[in-house]
Design a protein around this ligand. Structure first.
Ligand code: PLP
Length: 442
């Protein structure tokens, strides 16, 4: 940023992004429209694109300015001299119509002031951390986190002098407070980073308790650490963290939002102020999503509620059946909370139990592998949130690099299988799991 003042900025009339409707329809006669309705058209005016009902894919690396003054004004937005990003289209590393329509629609689900799209969930997380954290700062996080997020904080940011402290996902109010207090003594607490439920243990974090502790401990100070939460497993349908006091919501949109296992994308939602800071970092390092994937995401958002609702209903049926099978040790599914504290967090924060859960089989790796190899409908693959059911073995796959001690502490055992239920017929899935359990032998 230069020292240029607001008075020196161009006075030209803002040239709005042409595809954005001047007055988006968010309500009809006082009735606030639901996200499922807004996903079909919000943020796009067909008359600005030759009447094309669906937004065209804008495959261009750069955009022609209406005038030199407009170009200057747009760059004031891109470089952060004027908050809120560019008011027009500039260059595809900064913005693009497909990305902006998808960002507007994503914001709807959490009533966020603004949203940003990224080339993956990890690039969303990395860009956010780079934007908010400086050498010497402390990050407080819940544990476990998605393995790559843990590596990014511990191994990569650690190389640049960033410190971290964690608390277990299911921690009590008091435990959360104690860790925050200790972190405050170590340096500037730049960020509180949560993942709820934790991957792959499915343990929920008490976000409201974290907010209350943060507010008390940092009251009156000149810096209140923002709270960011990875909502990939439950969002955007079953958990709305901004409504519970989080400042930023982070997504791997590769999962439920993309929903068809055919794209990789990430998102960050939150207040204008925080999003502006993160946007500047995205503009600099170029972690924006490409137009084609943004278009695919728009297609996916149209059916998000249908897909997630169906997958959630299927998971409830499948889990109710699985937990009574003789080959099953336990099913860790949010619909059957492990203890009263988890049940309480669930009641206060969630509107649904999701469709991803952990299945602990009787036996070890051999039995788990036999079960996985026998599946006929469910696919043996990592990831989650797609229309098709997926099953994987965290200890040998996504969490292979986690040290044995930590795996043990987190209950990532050799007998654990992670399952993401899709939109198939629930009874067909039960038939598949029944024959796979029988194939385990023993
Ligand atoms: C909870 C969670 N956060 C972040 C990520 C990273 O997302 P991506 O693979 O889109 O980079 C994943 C991927 O599995 C995840 O499960």
């Amino acid at each position: 940023m230069t020292g240029e003042t607001e008075a020196e900025l161009t006075g030209a009339e803002p040239s709005r992004n042409r595809r954005r409707p001047k007055a988006p329809i968010m309500e009809i006669e006082g009735r606030k429209l639901k996200p499922a309705t807004l996903m079909m058209g919000h943020g796009y005016d067909p008359t600005l694109s030759e009447g094309s009902l669906k937004p065209p894919i804008f495959l261009t690396s750069t955009f022609a300015f209406e005038s030199a003054a407009a170009g200057k004004r747009h760059f004031e937005g891109v470089t952060g001299l004027r908050p809120g990003g560019a008011e027009g289209l500039v260059y595809s590393r900064f913005n693009g119509p497909n990305q902006e329509i998808a960002e507007d629609r994503l914001s709807v689900w959490e009533e966020a002031e603004d949203a940003l799209l990224f080339s993956s969930g990890m690039s969303a997380i990395a860009t956010t951390l780079l934007a908010l954290v400086q050498p010497g700062d402390v990050i407080v996080h819940s544990a476990p986190l998605y393995a790559a997020t843990e590596s990014l904080i511990g191994r990569i940011l650690g190389r640049f002098g960033v410190q971290w402290l964690d608390f277990p996902a299911g921690a009590t109010d008091g435990e959360i407070g104690a860790v925050l207090e200790k972190a405050k003594g170590m340096g500037r607490v730049a960020l509180i980073y949560l993942e709820s439920p934790a991957n792959p243990t499915n343990v929920l974090v008490d976000l409201e308790a974290v907010v209350a502790r943060r507010d008390t401990l940092f009251a009156g100070g000149d810096h209140q650490p923002p709270i960011a939460i990875d909502n990939t497993f439950l969002g955007p349908l079953w958990h709305h963290p901004l409504a519970h006091g989080a400042d930023l919501v982070i997504y791997s949109l590769t999962k439920y939002a993309g929903g068809h296992s055919d794209l990789v994308a990430g998102g960050v939602l939150g207040s204008d102020a925080l999003i502006n800071t993160i946007r500047l970092m995205r503009n600099t390092i170029g972690t924006i999503l490409d137009p084609h994937s943004a278009w695919m995401l728009l297609r996916s958002l149209e059916t998000l509620e249908l897909r997630m609702s169906r997958a959630g209903e299927n998971a409830a049926k499948v889990c109710a059946w699985l937990k009574d099978q003789p080959q099953v040790e336990k099913v860790v599914y949010l619909g059957f909370p492990d203890n009263e504290r988890q049940a309480d967090i669930y009641r206060r924060h969630c509107t649904g139990a999701g469709s991803t859960f952990s299945l602990y089989l009787k036996g070890g790796e051999a039995e788990a592998f036999a079960f996985l190899d026998a599946l006929k409908i469910a696919k043996l693959a990592v990831s989650l949130g797609g229309t098709e059911t997926l099953a994987s073995h965290p200890a040998a796959m996504t969490h292979l690099s986690v040290p044995a001690e930590r795996k043990k502490a987190l209950s990532i055992g050799d007998n654990m299988v992670r399952i993401s239920i899709g939109c198939e017929d629930a009874d067909d899935l039960i038939a598949d799991f029944a024959q796979a359990l029988r194939a385990m032998g023993g």
